[in-house]
Ligand binder design. Structure first.
Ligand SMILES: [Zn+2]
Ligand SMILES: [Zn+2]
Length: 220
């Protein structure tokens, strides 16, 4: 089975259905090598969530076969407060920060994509109909734009892929796993990326980048 890398997953620490140990185990059996736990968070929930996610990652890394990294997905925080949330998450020990972008399937506030990039988030998830300016800025700042494996969020994958290629922005696949059966194999994740219009080489580059990203976090 091909080696899978995914930094966008949810557990019962937010609205996922699995405790971290089960999320990790189910990912392991479909070929994951590095998994990031990135539960939904806001300014109020970060202080209680991050220590739990950090502890979950520590326990798995001590005992498991796959690498687990502790993240968060700053979600529905108002654009003016996204910078503060990203800083707080890192202060509390998050190894990386995802921001829940302007998906077509939820009323995410306009300005969220730009605020996430300016705040130096690691990953802008499902950015929807993100504009040329934001994608150019993401390329400049080295922020990953997500190709989403989740229904609804994936509607704009083709648009995101096209602009990322135009401006040279980095892409990352994120499953947005919430429950049993959501975590894809590498082969299926690659098909989703191909369906977004990316060629084989671009997809190969994406997953090499994903491996390098997780390896850097695990080495810290
Ligand atoms: Zn999200
Ligand atoms: Zn998510």
């Amino acid at each position: 089975m091909d080696r899978m890398f995914d930094y966008h997953t949810h557990s019962i620490i937010s609205d996922g259905e699995l405790i971290p140990a089960e999320l990790v185990r189910r990912a392991e059996v479909v070929g994951y090598r590095i998994l990031g736990i990135s539960d939904h968070s806001d300014l109020a929930t970060l202080p209680t969530q991050i220590p739990v996610i950090v502890a979950a990652a520590k326990a798995e890394n001590a005992a498991g076969r796959i690498g687990v990294v502790a993240g968060t997905e700053v979600t529905h925080v108002r654009p003016a407060q996204i910078g503060e949330a990203v800083r707080l998450a890192r202060e509390l020990g998050a190894q990386y920060v995802v921001v829940h972008g302007e998906t077509l399937s939820e009323p995410v506030l306009p300005g969220t994509n730009r605020a996430a990039i300016e705040a130096g988030a690691d990953i802008l998830a499902h950015p929807g109909l993100v504009g040329d300016d934001e994608v150019g800025l993401a390329a400049e700042r080295g922020v990953f734009l997500e190709i989403s494996g989740r229904k609804g969020h994936s509607l704009a994958n083709g648009h995101v892929a096209r602009l990322a290629e135009k401006y040279g922005a980095k892409l990352l696949f994120g499953s947005d796993t919430h429950t049993v059966g959501d975590s894809p194999t590498r082969a299926f994740a690659e098909r989703i990326c191909r369906a977004a219009g990316l060629d084989e080489d671009a997809v190969e580059r994406m997953f090499r980048g994903a491996e390098a990203f997780g390896s850097r976090l695990l080495a810290k």
